[in-house]
Design a protein around this ligand. Structure first.
Ligand code: PEP
Length: 306
């Protein structure tokens, strides 16, 4: 059924956190909801918001389990064309990047989960962008909430890394998202503004071609508390408008915005049909080959709803 954005509820919306039994005023002053924000029409056209699935393996895996996961992913039966309909990128831990790069099906790409934004040299324990390039890793996840929280990465650091990665030929998945207390106190959009501003300041026009933005509400990561499709769509629509207002209409229309936070094979299809959700960054469910394949296949429903 063709997507029709005209029948959405206009005006202010109150959307609480799923399963947390709370309700919050989420919309920022001046933001009147998703109407008027571009839909995903044209997603499947050449170069236009192709659905995207990222798998963040975090610090999980042993040589054997990684081998098994790759075998399961390689055996996965796709109902979509991963060279055309959907873009799939798996992010194993650094020590397995080469192994996965060499053994993973060639219609999936590989990402690092972080990188060092300096040239190679005397940086003990770090992995510079150039080294990722040299082994054929074309993608990097940046500013995941676990790094913001545990490794002290500020929004400025994330923005600087994003710029450096792009200048060094990498495509990037910068992550943003609010904590539970921030959502509950009505600060979601303020937090997103604070996280987006340094990125927008650091990047210039064409840099955005190398950005896939991941909206990951911290309260939904690894908790099983997935945002409802309406909650996620509300924020994605806000971000798309933010990009139009603060970067450009072209960037707003073209940048893919992923949802991340307890996505699994049972909820991906419904989430993916929302017009401003262009795919997912998946944690736990990306460690199970069959679940991840089902999530990749949710691109089919997303495309038919576009
Ligand atoms: C993540 O870590 O990026 C993530 C979304 O994790 P999970 O899917 O397990 O919530």
């Amino acid at each position: 059924m063709p997507r029709n954005t005209s029948n959405r509820t206009p005006g202010r919306v109150l959307l609480g956190v799923a399963a947390v039994a709370t309700s919050t005023h989420l919309l920022a002053p001046g933001f009147t909801g998703p109407q008027g924000v571009s839909s995903r029409i044209g997603r499947t056209a050449l170069g236009a918001r192709r659905f995207f699935i990222g798998g963040n393996w975090k610090a999980n895996g042993s040589p054997d389990s990684v081998k098994q996961l790759v075998e399961d992913l390689n055996a996965g039966k796709l109902e979509v064309d991963a060279t055309k309909d959907v873009e799939v990128v798996c992010a194993p831990p650094f020590v397995y990047l080469s192994q996965v790069k060499d053994s993973l099906r060639k219609d999936y790409e590989v990402a690092a989960q972080n990188m060092w934004d300096k040239a190679p040299g005397a940086w003990t324990g770090e992995t510079p962008a150039a080294m990722l390039n040299e082994i054929g890793v074309n993608w990097v996840i940046l500013g995941h909430s676990e790094r913001r929280e545990n490794c002290g990465e500020t929004s400025e650091v994330v923005a600087a890394k994003t710029k450096f990665a792009i200048e060094n030929g990498l495509k990037t998945m910068p992550c943003i998202g609010e904590k539970l207390e921030e959502r509950e106190s009505g600060k979601t959009f303020d937090v997103l503004d604070e996280q987006m501003k340094p990125i927008a300041a650091a990047l210039s026009g064409d840099d955005w071609d190398s950005v896939v933005l991941a909206y990951e509400p911290v309260w939904a990561i690894g908790t099983g508390k997935v945002a409802t499709p309406d909650q996620a769509e509300e924020v994605h629509a806000y971000l798309r408008k933010w990009l139009a207002d603060n970067v450009s209409q072209k960037v707003s229309d073209s940048v893919r915005i992923l949802y991340g936070g307890s996505v699994n094979d049972a909820n991906s299809e419904e989430l993916g049909q929302k017009p401003n959700i262009d795919g997912f960054l998946v944690g736990g469910a990306s460690l199970k080959g069959d679940s991840f394949t089902t999530i990749v296949n949710s691109a089919k429903a997303a495309m038919s709803s576009a």
